[in-house]
Design a protein around this ligand. Structure first.
Ligand code: SF4
Length: 73
């Protein structure tokens, strides 16, 4: 198992993560930022455990995020 980590406060709401992996992401109607579905966290750091089969795509998204606030561990 792997983890997606998002430093949410710096999200600019470009929606790349949501478009590429909608099973893990949604766009908040409240503030326009991406939110990890069922992600756990506090303050502005959110973590979601993902299955191995999703890791390669998640890593590509992390590289594509324009503000580099997604990490895949
Ligand atoms: S790719 Fe990055 S900046 Fe764009 S919505 Fe996702 S977390 Fe936010």
């Amino acid at each position: 198992m792997h983890k997606i980590v998002q430093y949410r406060n710096k999200c600019i709401g470009c929606a790349v993560c949501f478009e590429q992996q909608p099973e893990f992401w949604r766009m908040s109607k409240k503030d326009g930022k991406a939110t990890l579905i069922k992600g756990v966290g506090k303050k502005n750091v959110f973590i979601l455990t993902i299955p191995d089969k999703s890791v390669i795509k998640a890593r590509k998204i992390a590289e594509t995020c324009p503000v580099r606030i997604i990490k895949v561990l």
